[in-house]
Design a protein around this ligand. Sequence first.
Ligand code: SAM
Length: 207
Amino acid sequence: MATVDPVPPPLLLEREQEHPELTLHRRTSHEVLADLDELPDAIVIDGDHNWFTLHEELRMIGEKAGEGTLPLLFFHDVCWPHARRDTYYAPERIPEGEHPEIGEDVGLAPGNPGTDPLGLPYPAAALNEGGPKNGTVTAIEDFSRERGGVRFAVVPAFSASGALAGERPLRRRPRRGSSIPTTATPSSTGSSGTGSSTSSPATAAPS
Ligand SMILES: C[S@@+](CC[C@H](N)C(=O)[O-])C[C@H]1O[C@@H](n2cnc3c(N)ncnc32)[C@H](O)[C@@H]1O
């Protein structure tokens, strides 16, 4: 099993010590995916919750899968505040034109599409909710539309979890050793609908 985090939190460092079977890559998801020569059976994505980072992660995974079956994909934070609004660990990593207007040290409050100083504090987030290239579910829907033939389901518990899989049944593939090269180069950075599934990604996800 491998995990990816450019700035691993203390608990993850502890896990790395306790579990020799766990490989921790101290790089960004895009750096690791670019080096990946074989897709694992399943991937959990709970990294930088913004449209560009997630859409690019999905695009790279889709590209590696080609015409084959996608890995089973799990997501965290596919409801409020992330579903339709970007937040950023490192806004400097997001190219111009790939993000809405960003505010620093903003507060996010349920039901308020703008910002609220009394809201949940975020070091960097989109100033407004909604619209294109904004939010985790928007990224998953855009990818699902681009790829076709996938199902996306949301379980609305604690910022919510989601799963995405190809509609064609997953074929069980023989276990193989880890395929990610272990060049751990530390990078530069310094962190909420109804349980349903449908093949058209535009309807199941939370608004
Ligand atoms: C929402 S936390 C979740 C962490 C972990 N999954 C957990 O449940 O404790 C997001 C994590 O993603 C990491 N992160 C931020 N940008 C990343 C990127 N581009 N690639 C990979 N991980 C990233 C952060 O350092 C942070 O530890």
